[in-house]
Every structure is written in structure tokens, then in C-alpha cells.
Design a protein around this ligand. Structure first.
Ligand SMILES: NC(=O)c1ccc[n+]([C@@H]2O[C@H](COP(=O)([O-])OP(=O)(O)OC[C@H]3O[C@@H](n4cnc5c(N)ncnc54)[C@H](OP(=O)(O)O)[C@@H]3O)[C@@H](O)[C@H]2O)c1
Length: 403
């Protein structure tokens, strides 16, 4: 059967939009996927048409793709099946809303929104309009993540008791970021929790929560501590202790510890010498995952019966000799022909459209809301407040010229 081509629109043209779009245009056959193909039919930049056109050229989009100088123009484009949103998280709520109201399916970068109220409203809107909506938590769709969850769900680790996950990078914030940078600016919902801590929470959730039967999933209790970044008052380090209630017959409560920091590194030499950054422990053994936990490529399963299963998970792509490169920021360029790993989530979104599903398979919308609620609670406990404009849910008070 001929593959169905999914026509993507790209909203915003910053760093991750470029990485995502390059991966998107890698042939799905390199991942043994034959039912869908991706194409880019349009991109929009709030900084003008020429920036959108430069973006399309840089990512090698088809020459027929349209460049737009505003986001609403993209949302109105009738040739677009789904829009990928890659603005700072401060703007996700208004950008997703714009696209859903225009009748578009949406894949939206993490963190999904600034707070749970915004997330809930978007979920309601998507459901009311029968549109696909998914948080672009790409790591969940890696084959490595599928394997880890399967090891848990098939009982290889026994009864799961706890998990720890750390996403920490020594980013030298005073040297790397001006006060207006999205990582540290309160106006752009900066801070480590929403940007990097979301991955630690993702690993705790996908191992302790997603792996439970849907009817047995219960929101966790939250205890936390945060260190603030003095120049702007956002969070630079966060420690979150989650207690997931579970019946005594099924093993009792589970604990997750999610940590994150942009002040210290969990992989000091970048070669894994510091050891795993994730440990998931059950009564029969444990699973370890090496950093970076947003793009992990190495696991170790250790069982009490003496089994040790080491695996590496390289990213597919066009391969050596292709003269094709992708990569992001600190991680730099990947080896020639090796993808970054963002195509897995794009494949999932495309397959959902073909199958008529309205949510991602490995992170439903209720779970995205639940994680936003956890982050709300951490912020409440530690007096982390964003400007009222970007916490808004009516969408009217924070149009700062970008929509
Ligand atoms: N999945 C991942 O691995 C990953 C990695 C990094 C970031 N992210 C997420 O992706 C989002 C964007 O991150 P990024 O690193 O790509 O940021 P970035 O390089 O700063 O790009 C953000 C883009 O958003 C647009 N934008 C709209 N309103 C803006 C405003 N008020 N201030 C700044 N930019 C504005 C701009 O594009 P135009 O001028 O074209 O409109 C800008 O280039 C964030 O939510 C982040 O958490 C995900």
C-alpha cells in the first residue's frame, strides 16, 4: 500500500524547529516505517517572511513550501495537516489555541504550557474540535523508552518500587545567557524545571505512572525544594520527590525522585563516566539509563539472578556518505547521517492522523495535564511565579506582538 503523506507546517524558526524539521524530512524507511511519509508545506516566522524563507532553505524543505511572516497566516493555510509549534513555552498556550481554533492538528514542544489551567483548556478545545493534540515529548517515542517500559510492564524488574532521574547540565548561565534568554527570563517562562526538569519528570512518569493500567494511574503527592537563579529569580536547581499511591496488594506506594539543574552536570566528561542518570528499581532488579536523559542511547538491565543486559541505541538517519548532519546546541553535530531522534515523535503524530487517533500513544493528554499540575505544585511550594500575562488562560492579555 502507498504511504500516506502528512503535510506539516512549522510555527517558529528557532533552534529546535530547525533540528526537528531536518529530522522530519529523513525518509521514514530508515526507521522501517512504510505507512507514512512527511513533507513540509509551510513555515511561519513572527520575525518576517524572509526569516521563514531562510529557514525553509536551511532545512532543505521542498521548493514549493510557503514562507509566512505571521503565525495566523500559517494557521489558515488549507494545505497544512498538522502544525509543529516551537516557540518558547510562554507562548505555547496562545499558539496552540490559534492553531486549534483554525482547525489544525498540533504537535507542541515541551513544556506543554506554563501551567495546568492552560493545558486543560487546550485539551478541552482539541477534544471539542476533534483534533489531534500531543506534547512533543520526543524521548517517550524512542525505541529505548519503549524497551524500558516493556521491561517494567512484562515484570522483568519485579514489582517496581522507585525511580530516580536527573537531567543536569553545567550551562554556566551567567556566561551563556543574557537576562532575556528564554532559559532564564521569567517573561518567557524560563527556569530549569519547565525546560529541563520536565525530562526528569517524564522518566519518573513513564516508568511509575504510564506503565500502570489507565484505571490504576493516580496523581502523585509532591514535595520539593528549589534553588533560585539570583539574576532573574527563576529556578536553577529543583529536587522533586513524588509519591505515587498504589494498593498494598500491588506493592504499596512507589517513589520517584526527579532532579534537575543548569548549575552542575550529571555527565561531567560527556562520555558517561559519571554513570547512569536514571535508575528504576524493582524487586527483581534495576534498569539504568545513561545521560543525556532527553536523548539517551545506552541502557543496562541488572537482575538479581545475575543477568546483565547492556544495550546501545544508535539513532538512524540517512547514514554515512549522505553529507547530512543534524544536532542541537551543546550536544553539537551528530555523526554524518545520524538523526537527532525527533522523527520518532513525528512518526507517531503522523500515524495517529492516519489511524484517526487524537492523542499520542505513549503520553496521553491527561498525563500532560497531570505533569503540568506537578510543576504547578513545585512552583507553589517554592514561590516561583511568572508574570501574570503568561500565566493567563483567556489568551487576551498577553499578545505581545508575536501572534
Ligand atoms: N525537544 C527538545 O529537545 C527541545 C530542545 C530545545 C528546546 N525545546 C523547546 O522548544 C521551544 C523553543 O526552544 P528553542 O531552543 O528552539 O528556542 P529559540 O531558539 O529561542 O527559538 C524560539 C523561536 O520562537 C519564536 N518566538 C516567538 N515569540 C518569541 C518570543 N517572545 N521570544 C523569543 N522567541 C519567540 C522565534 O521564532 P520566529 O522569529 O521564527 O517566530 C524564535 O526563534 C521551547 O519550548 C523549548 O522548551 C525543545
Amino acid at each position: 500500500m502507498e504511504p500516506t503523506t502528512i503535510r506539516w507546517g512549522i510555527l517558529a524558526t528557532g533552534s529546535i524547529a530547525e533540528t526537528f524539521t531536518k529530522d522530519l524530512l529523513v525518509d521514514p524507511n530508515t526507521r522501517n516505517i512504510t505507512t507514512i511519509k512527511h513533507t513540509v508545506v509551510a513555515a511561519a516566522s513572527s520575525s518576517g517572511v524572509s526569516r521563514a524563507q531562510e529557514f525553509l532553505t536551511r532545512v532543505s524543505a521542498p521548493s514549493s513550501a510557503t514562507a509566512y511572516g505571521t503565525y495566523p497566516d500559517l494557521a489558515r493555510d488549507l494545505t497544512v495537516d498538522i502544525i509543529y509549534i516551537a516557540t518558547p513555552h510562554s507562548h505555547h498556550y496562545q499558539n496552540v489555541k490559534l492553531c486549534l481554533e483554525a482547525g489544525k492538528n498540533v504537535l507542541c514542544e515541551k513544556a506543554f504550557t506554563v501551567n495546568a489551567s492552560q493545558a486543560k483548556e487546550l485539551v478541552q478545545l482539541a477534544r471539542a474540535k476533534n483534533l489531534f493534540l500531543m506534547e512533543a515529548l520526543w524521548t517517550r517515542y524512542f525505541p529505548l523508552s519503549v524497551y524500558v517500559r516493556e521491561c517494567i510492564m512484562t515484570g522483568r524488574l519485579g514489582t517496581i518500587q522507585r525511580a530516580v532521574a536527573d537531567n543536569s547540565l553545567d550551562l554556566r548561565p551567567e556566561e551563556s545567557f543574557g537576562r532575556d534568554h528564554r532559559m532564564v527570563s521569567p517573561d518567557l517562562a524560563g527556569g530549569v524545571l519547565l525546560d529541563m526538569g520536565i525530562y526528569s519528570l517524564t522518566w519518573i512518569f513513564q516508568t511509575l505512572y504510564t506503565t500502570q493500567l489507565p484505571e490504576e494511574r493516580v496523581s502523585p503527592r509532591v514535595a520539593s525544594s528549589v534553588q533560585k537563579y539570583a539574576p532573574t529569580g527563576v529556578d536553577e536547581t529543583a529536587i522533586v520527590l513524588l509519591t505515587f499511591p498504589r494498593d498494598v496488594e500491588r506493592g504499596g506506594d512507589m517513589h520517584g525522585i526527579a532532579t534537575t539543574s543548569f548549575r552542575v552536570a550529571n555527565d561531567i566528561d560527556g562520555k558517561g563516566t559519571s554513570g547512569p542518570a536514571i535508575r528504576i528499581q524493582g524487586t527483581k532488579g534495576e534498569m539504568q539509563v545513561w545521560p543525556p536523559i532527553f536523548r539517551p542511547t545506552r541502557t543496562r538491565l541488572i537482575l538479581a539472578d545475575g543477568t546483565v543486559e547492556d544495550r546501545t541505541w544508535t539513532q538512524p538517519g540517512p547514514g554515512r556518505g549522505s553529507n547530512w548532519y543534524n544536532g542541537y546546541s551543546l550536544a553539537g553535530r551528530n555523526a554524518e547521517g545520524e538523526g537527532y531522534g525527533m522523527f520518532w515523535e513525528a512518526d507517531e503524530a503522523a500515524m495517529a492522523l492516519v489511524e484517526g487517533r487524537k492523542e499520542g500513544r505513549y503520553q496521553g493528554l491527561d498525563e500532560s495535564v497531570c505533569i503540568m499540575q506537578v510543576m504547578d505544585e513545585v512552583r507553589r511550594q517554592n514561590d516561583l511565579v511568572y508574570p501574570r500575562d503568561i500565566e493567563a488562560v483567556d489568551g487576551t492579555s498577553f499578545n505581545n506582538g508575536y501572534i
